[in-house]
Design a protein around this ligand. Structure first.
Ligand SMILES: NC(=O)c1ccc[n+]([C@@H]2O[C@H](COP(=O)([O-])OP(=O)(O)OC[C@H]3O[C@@H](n4cnc5c(N)ncnc54)[C@H](O)[C@@H]3O)[C@@H](O)[C@H]2O)c1
Length: 265
């Protein structure tokens, strides 16, 4: 998908951070952009900031944990732009992370793929994973589980959608300077009281503060869409960690001995 101008982009978490930067970059590339977010005020501010120069940016309040809300937002997008692009962790913490990071992606895919197939012009889906989609570590269990799942779903989706001319990219950033350290601001009441911040949270907040600019991530996303890249990596300095993981798998695998010829062929 090389020519993005005139296509429609639906961006979840679009009022802040990476989502907002992607929305801006997409609009600047001539796309029509629907920013979906759960926070009304930041969404309003984002729209005010963008719409002056980029009138094809709209916004919708949408909680990605709620499939009906995502479906409604998908239909609003089609209505607004025409069918031009339209197809020691607590249990509450697990639910919240899985509901947003995993089910949010599932809902987005479910609401949009059918619409993309219907218009028959192809398209592109970017699912936001993380380097935590490949790497794990202490205290990261729920987050990394949700991101590994996003990688898995997206890899499957890429092969399923290729015949329809729909590309899939998996965004895998390292540290990015966004509001993610304050993500508990959106903790929903129905999950009970929010768990206290973990002992490592200040350390991570520091890494986030010094992270990559969201606009740089957005540029890499645009390039990844144009080049139809399955993986969009952003932080070259994290490559040794990925290599270590892959090497560890291969070392374990090689202990099984050589692969039988018929399987390899
Ligand atoms: N910042 C990083 O270092 C980093 C690294 C790797 C991956 N990521 C991923 O990037 C994505 C975006 O995070 P960010 O860093 O821009 O954080 P952010 O907190 O700046 O932005 C997240 C946005 O999502 C919105 N949101 C939260 N719950 C929602 C819901 N239920 N429905 C709809 N919108 C909701 C928030 O209101 C906010 O606008 C996340 O999936 C995160 O896991 C971030």
């Amino acid at each position: 998908m090389n020519d993005l101008a005139g296509k429609t982009a639906f961006v979840t978490g679009g009022a802040s951070g990476i989502g907002l930067a992607m929305g801006r970059a997409f609009a600047e590339a001539g796309m029509r952009v629907m920013l979906a977010d759960i926070e009304p005020k930041p969404l309003q501010h984002a729209l005010e900031a963008l719409q002056g120069n980029l009138p094809e940016v709209r916004g919708v309040l949408c909680d990605v944990r709620d499939y009906d809300a995502v479906e409604r937002a998908a239909h609003m997008t089609v209505k607004a732009f025409g069918n031009a692009g339209a197809d020691n962790i607590s249990l509450q913490d697990w639910r919240w992370v899985i509901d947003i990071n995993l089910m949010g992606v599932v809902h987005g895919v479910k609401a949009f793929v059918a619409l993309l197939k219907t218009h028959g012009e192809g398209g592109h889906i970017v699912n936001t994973a993380s380097m935590a989609g490949f790497l794990s570590g202490t205290g990261f269990g729920a987050y990394t589980a949700s991101k590994f799942a996003v990688v898995g779903i997206s890899e499957a989706l890429a092969t399923e959608l290729e015949p329809h001319g729909i590309g899939v990219s998996i965004l895998c950033p390292g540290w990015v300077a966004t509001c993610i350290s304050e993500s508990r601001r959106n903790w929903p009441k129905e999950y009970g009281a929010p768990p206290p911040k973990g002992p490592l949270s200040e350390q991570f907040a520091e890494l986030i503060r010094n992270g990559m600019a969201p606009s740089d991530v957005a540029e890499l996303v645009l390039k990844g869409i144009k080049d139809n890249e399955l993986y969009i990596f952003t932080h070259p300095e994290m490559r040794p960690w990925l290599e270590k993981r892959v090497d560890r798998c291969l070392v374990a695998y090689r202990k099984l001995g050589p692969a039988p010829q018929e399987i390899m062929g």
